[in-house]
Every structure is written in C-alpha cells, then in structure tokens.
Design a binder for this molecule. Sequence first.
Ligand code: TXE
Length: 483
Amino acid sequence: MIIQPKASHFINGAYIEDSAGPELAVTYPANGARIASLHEATDALIEQALAAADAARAEWAAMTGTERGRILRRAAEIIRERNRELSELETMDTGKPLSETLVADPTSAADALEYFGGMAATLTGEHIQLGADWAYTKREALGLCVGIGAWNYPMQIACWKAAPALACGNTMVFKPSETTPLSALKVAEVFMEAGAPAGVFNVIQGTGRVGAALVGDARVNKVSLTGSVPTGRKVYAAAAAQMKHVTMELGGKSPLIIFEDADIENAVSAAINANFYSSGQICSNGTRVFVHTSIKEAFLSRLAERMSDATIGDPMDEATTLGPMVSEAQRQIVLGYIEKGQAEGARLVAGGKALEGEGFFIQPTLFADVTDDMTIAREEIFGPVMSVLDFDDEQDVIARANDTEFGLSAGVFTRDLARGHRVVGQLEAGSCWINTYNLTPVEVPFGGNKASGVGRENGHAAIEHYSQLKTVYVAMGDVEAPF
Ligand code: TXE
C-alpha cells in the first residue's frame, strides 16, 4: 500500500510541493517498505508557511468563539467519520497496531477538537469593581503558534496543540516528526473542509533544521513541542531568547508503585499498559515498576504469563496487540538498553530479543531485580522494556521514585485510600494515577514537572498556555495628579 500524499506540505489552504528540499522517505515499520516520499521544507516554504499563518491571524481572531468553535467541532465530526481510514494511515506511518489506532489516535484528536471547540465560546474575561472606577480583563490570542510533534502519536499531538491554539484565536504552523509526517497533512485537509479560513493551520515537513527555523522566527509568539529532553532544552532556550511562550511535553522515567494490598490482576494490567502499549513508545510510561517484596514473585509470574498472550505481528490485523518499533534506529537504541540491562546484572524474565524477519519488532521484555543505579532504571528507553524494582517501605519507595531528573507521571496501586492519596501527594510528577495508569482524557490537564516539561496540555489549563490577559482600567471620574 503506497500512501503518497498529494504533496509534502499544506500551506494557506492548499497542498504545495518544493522538490528542492531534501528527500524524506517514509517507511512502514512492519516491513521496512517505503510507503511515501516527501521533501523537507526549503527556506522559501518555511517563509511561505509563516507568512500565511501571520496573515490569517486577524480574521481568525476577529471571529466569535462560537464561530471558531463550530469549525473545530465540525473537524472533530469529520475525523470521527473517517476514523478507520485515518487509523490505517496512522498505523502505516507509526507501525502501531490498528487495534490501538482505531481507539486512541484519530479519536483522541477528535476529542480535543470537540472539547476545545465547545470551550471556544466560553473564553471570557472578568469585571473588577473598584469603587466607582472599574477594570476588566480580556483573554486575547497569543498570535502565531508553532507546534512541533514527536513520532509516537502524530495525529493526537497535532490536535492536542491545534485545538486549544485555534480555539483561543491563534493560527499555527505545525511541523510533524520527520519519522511520521503523514497524518498532520490530513488534519490540515480536515480543517479546510470544516470551514477554517486558509492559513489558520499549516503543515510543513522537515527535521530539526526546519523546527529551529520556525522557533527562531520573530513573528512566532508561542512554541509547543512534544519530544525528547535534549531537544526541549534547545527549543526552550531559542524561544527564551525572544521571550516567546512555550509548552514543553518531554520525556520521562516514571514510577509505578504497587503496594502489597493492591489488586494484583489490575496492577498487572496497568503495568502492561504502562510499558507495552504503542510498543512502549509513550512519554508517560511507568517504566520503573516498584513492587512490594511480599508480592513480587506472584506479580512477576502473573505478568510473565499475561505477556505470553501478546499477539505480535501484522499491525493491520486487528487481532495484533503489539506492533514494531517506529524505526530501525529506535529498535537499535532499545536493543542497546536491553544489552546494558543484562550486562549490569538485571534478571531477564521475558523477551529481550529482536524478532527475526522483516520489520522493526522487539519482544516485550521484562527485567526483575533492577536496582536504582542501573542504566535501564535511569534513562528513558522508549521501547517495550519493563524494569521491576523491589521495595519494602513507603517512605523509602517515595524517595527512590523521586530520585530522577524527570517528573512526568507516576502511578500508585493500593486498596488503602489514604495511602493512595498520601503517596501520590509526595510524588514529584505532573500527571498521576491511583489504581490505573496512562489514561489521558482531554478533560484532564496533562504535562510534566522537572526536566519533563513546562506547561500543560488539555483541560481548562491549556487555555492559559494559548492566550494572554489584557487588563483595562476604566476611570469614571477626574484624574488626580501631585502638581
Ligand atoms: O525526538 P526529538 P525524536 C523521546 C524518546 C525518543 C527521543 C527521540 O526518548 O527516544 O525522544 O525521538 C524536532 N528545533 N520522545 O527523535 O529528537 C524534531 O524534528 C526545533 C519523547 O522524535 O526530540 C521532531 O519533530 N525542533 C516524546 C521533534 O523535535 C527540533 C515522544 C522531536 O524530536 C529540533 C517521542 C530543534 N533544534 C520521542 N531538533 C514524548 N515525550 O512524547 C529536533 N526537533
């Protein structure tokens, strides 16, 4: 199946090509076949995209929230109608099984458009009475926003950024990851079909060079990045040089703490979701699974049993529950970590190998007896590799869970209500779960602390990151002056 788009970029309401840009090959991770060939944006195209988004600002911001919201909600409906076709595209681009993309990718994108579309008309300021005088606040758009995506949830990321940005009256230039460039173009198409004015949402392709050019442009008021911590540091610094707003959704090495009174079957399910969904390529994954020593062996044996039920194979087959890594490069990174885990003395309980044959597959891998200082317990692997660590004491496990530069997510499993809240209250993480893991509905703010990021996506909180307040003081009497 070849899924060559009409052109590489979508600017000012139309597809556009410039073959002078370096080639960008798109491969199907399940067999390594080339499925599309795109071009990176040239400087001329970068300029065209920024100019289009800049020119579209005034008209879009002048529309009422109700009008903007209607377009976003129409876009959500179109995406839902095309869920299967868009999910298949996302599966081809990322390798994630269709059993996942059908329920987690276009649907999550549509949720964001629906949610922020509904909110657009409610974004108001306040009235502040000051005796006879008074003041009011207006919530204004920031202006031109740049969105930069990672390769794990391409369509979701595009809409988690575009929906609040557009709801607030901003315009956007979005650059998908060079590894998964296809579905953002569909989002741009859908916006046009839903009635968005040309230039409101533009997509250009490219590597970090294109991203850096966007971030450095003086017309850009805000940058929202999903990616790794090293990239986040660069982008944040470049944005700071021009005092731009930022949202940074970066990596993690999150703890999932399972106490002795936990429901083991549910805890095992959560650990599976927290490590093997999307082949482990999820920033919020709970990759350090701390299990109380009294239930450790029971937990490990049930987990290994459940892992043997994984159906690895053709992602387009809806019975498949574990797909390949996004790229051969990412597979090699993950295999390197598995080797390090073994070399540093972790006990390999299951998996550990690449699958023979075509595609970038790796067995779901489980390490036990992992200690805090091992590389696999410190660095983000971004693959299907779970590390189980032992603990006995609540305060000790909290301190160990927090002993990391990251702070994206955390989970706690216990039947003791007070303990659940007490422990979660002490964990240094932005997005936490009690007795579940990795649920990220659009109504709930999502984001990280420490090196895992700045700002929040989703929920009411996202509005703060895509708008600014103007305050207006209104005098009703004479002006007093000292002389
Ligand atoms: O991320 P990168 P990649 C992590 C994960 C993974 C690693 C690499 O650990 O192994 O990141 O993935 C653009 N200025 N996550 O290579 O390199 C780049 O083109 C502006 C976590 O995808 O950080 C891409 O579009 N932009 C993550 C985006 O930044 C630049 C999900 C991310 O690239 C740039 C995926 C620059 N100087 C990977 N350099 C999560 N938290 O969800 C690169 N880019």
